[in-house]
Design a protein around this ligand. Structure first.
Ligand code: SF4
Length: 418
């Protein structure tokens, strides 16, 4: 892909990145993107000219592999390699620690947005944007001109408006993405199939107030037609489909199959990775035909279930209206499904919290340690620090104890929104 020199800028249009998401401790760009490099920074753009990544190239940048990423919800997330001694890959299964610009449940207290070097990077982006807008286009090759025009249309206000438009298509902003979306770097196309959830537990900081309500078929078709228009050429850069919201599995086989099938057709997603949340009741109720369908149409499907605890006192304390026996039954079904399908994984969430009883940790260690050999290793469990915890770092000891006992891979659940 030829690079064009414009003063001190190197502009490369529509580079081919990796064809699959990969996990590495250095930046691997996925899909098709364009790039502008200055002597000090690298700026990358998607196919609709939106800024996506900023990386420092100068000596004062914290580390050449660290970078800033802009999400479709218009959040800037700093991808940090962490500090010496932090075992990020052990915590998250990923090499990067996403530092979020909004309150979340992370173990670490690191706000990169007060870091002068990062503020300087944002300043450099503003300056570059102003320079591009003022740059004479005479004599530039047609594709460079088109690209610069596209970037110039996407100032801060335009990007804010785009994120607003996406929220209006969905009918709100998903407050959390399934933890498994980390496998596609949280880059998913969201299609809402239902709102609300079944339990409205006390501890939960991501729930929506309404009762569980499936969307109508017309609503889903309307979202798809608007999503197609919204993503435009950039659709080819998405391999993940998120069927939202907090308990899409409860929408049932017919609606879910219809939504997934129509999305694949309308958005031309060839065997996407499909992600959704479920609950104990929706998992226990779900019929085999749904899993067969997901396994047939996706390259891989992930269903993430909030189990929280197998300790009766803890379930009562967090006001989760479930009996331990039922939670265990859902856990067994999860293991069976993980054994039955090669390209489908059910994963589960459990809580970490300083006020949770020793019985919670003991029963959880027993449950995860008792997974039979032939079921071990497939799927994963995510341990979610409660938002209300006063000292989340102290919960790392609990995390490591559970991880050590578990025969399933165990990671920290970081609440990330779209
Ligand atoms: S944990 Fe799940 S079921 Fe409970 S309130 Fe939150 S979203 Fe609803």
């Amino acid at each position: 892909m030829p690079s064009h020199r414009l003063d001190n800028l190197a502009v490369t249009i529509e580079k081919d990145g990796a064809s699959r998401f990969a996990k590495a401790s250095y930046p691997i760009r996925f899909g098709k993107y364009s790039e502008i490099s200055t002597p000090d920074y690298e700026f990358q753009f998607n196919l609709t000219g939106d800024i996506k990544f900023i990386r420092g190239l100068h000596a004062k940048w914290r580390h050449p592999s660290e970078l800033l990423k802009r999400t479709d919800g218009n959040d800037w997330v700093f991808y940090s390699l962490g500090s010496v001694g932090q075992k990020i890959v052990t915590w998250l299964g990923e090499y990067y620690l996403p530092c979020l610009p909004y309150p979340s449940n992370s173990f670490w207290e690191h706000n990169p947005f007060t870091d002068p070097d990062i503020m300087t990077a944002f300043g450099a982006w503003s300056q570059l944007y102003a320079n591009l807008c003022g740059m004479r286009r005479d004599g530039l090759p047609g594709e460079v001109k088109e690209f610069l025009d596209l970037v110039s249309q996407n100032d801060e206000t335009a990007l804010h408006e785009k994120a607003k438009r996406l929220r209006s298509i969905m009918g709100g902003r998903p407050s959390v993405l399934p933890p498994d979306t980390r496998h596609v770097d949280y880059e998913v196309i969201p299609l809402m199939v239902a709102d609300g959830c079944l339990y409205h537990c006390d501890f939960c900081c991501v729930k929506s107030p309404q009762p569980f309500t499936p969307r109508t078929r017309d609503d889903i078709a309307g979202q798809l037609s608007r999503l197609k228009d919204f993503y435009g050429r950039n659709l080819i850069n998405y391999k993940g489909l998120f069927l939202g919201n907090h308990d899409a599995l409860a929408a049932g086989r017919d609606l879910l199959s219809m939504a997934a099938g129509q999305a694949i057709e309308a958005l031309r997603m060839d065997a996407p990775e499909i992600f959704l949340f479920g609950s104990v009741d929706s998992l226990l109720r779900a019929e085999g035909e749904l899993f067969d369908y997901l396994s047939r149409v996706s390259s891989f499907s992930y269903i993430n279930i909030g189990l929280e605890s197998v300790d009766a006192a803890t379930l009562a304390a967090i006001n989760k209206p479930l009996r331990v026996a039922k939670v265990k039954e859902a856990f067994q079904k999860m293991l069976e499904l993980n054994r039955a399908y090669d390209n489908l994984a059910v994963t589960a969430n459990f809580l970490l919290g300083e006020d949770l009883s020793p019985g919670h940790y003991q029963s959880l260690a027993e449950l995860l340690g008792g997974v039979p050999d032939h079921l071990a290793g497939k799927g994963a469990v995510y341990l979610s620090p409660m938002m209300a915890s006063r000292n989340r770092l102290a919960l790392l000891d609990n995390f490591y104890e559970i991880k050590k006992a578990s025969r399933l891979p165990a990671y920290v659940y970081l609440i990330q929104r779209l």
